[in-house]
Design a protein around this ligand. Sequence first.
Ligand code: FAD
Length: 302
Amino acid sequence: PFDVLVIGGGPAGASAAIYAARKGVRTGIVAERFGGQILDTTTIENFISVKETDGEKLAAQLEAHVREYPVDIMDSVSVEGLERKDDMIHVTLKNGAVLKSKTAIIATGARWRNVGVPGEEEFRTKGVANCTHCDAPLFAGKDVAVIGGGNSGLESAIDLAGIVNHVTVLEFAPELKADSVLQERVNSLPNVTVIKNAATKEITGTDKVTGLTYVDRETNEEHHIELQGVFVQIGLVPNTEWLEGTVEMDRGQIIVDKQGATSVPGVFAAGDCTDSAYKQIIISMGSGATAALGAFDYLIRH
Ligand code: FAD
């Protein structure tokens, strides 16, 4: 059996595995796709001390760093369940096999919800973006749209308004769902326009995004806006469906304490799958380190 079994091979999982292995405990890492979300990322400019890199390069460096240590890496392997039994954590894989470990660190990350319209996939990284903290500066002085009028959509619009020329917020429902303080802030900004009842139909472009077509759900009329960027903000979904009924969660986000511990003894969690306030590479890595040190603390006490 393992001492520490990490589930997920993104920045949080890689960091957790390295911190655990450096304690000389038996460490394994199971991942569906080693690298995680960064594999879908082009330019990364906010991974502090590395001025600029890209997702593929960073993912390769993560893996190379983990391989410096005696970590048992199981890539392209999916986890389906987790259970605490006889003081051990039993982790069930999709192929039916069961891995046993004294502790587990869940780092299965999250995925952005898509609007599912033509152009969204085609222009991803060519004008279609999700992460405002990551990509807003690429649109300095340009016109952009934010799809989604919830808290994350309006936070994104407020953030963008200080950087880009103009922001159009498109909300599908007749009313914005965001907190009223955010709505008031948005209404006070001269370069933000809010359109309600707007069903995005298509993101248009050539080699890059050039516009967005939406249907006014009240009049059924189609409208086209010329712009250079679209931020999709209709939700970040944690990859935790498989944990239903095991660890305590808040809207799918695993609740962790200061040591990264979950509600199940011996089970820790880190990164975008947790209730951390912000979802970023550097934050995921920090919480991966925290969870590994938390797991080690647990090991020396049990
Ligand atoms: P993830 O990266 O999501 O990794 C999750 C891991 O768990 C993967 O290996 C996955 O295969 C695995 N997994 C999931 N479910 C299972 C399962 N059931 N069984 C086994 N394995 C499983 N952040 C920045 O700081 N700067 C940026 O510039 C930036 N740009 C971004 C651009 C895009 C397009 C996206 C999508 C995100 C961006 N982010 C950026 C956010 C950043 O990528 C995430 O915050 C970070 O990757 C989270 O790391 P994580 O390890 O928690 O999860």
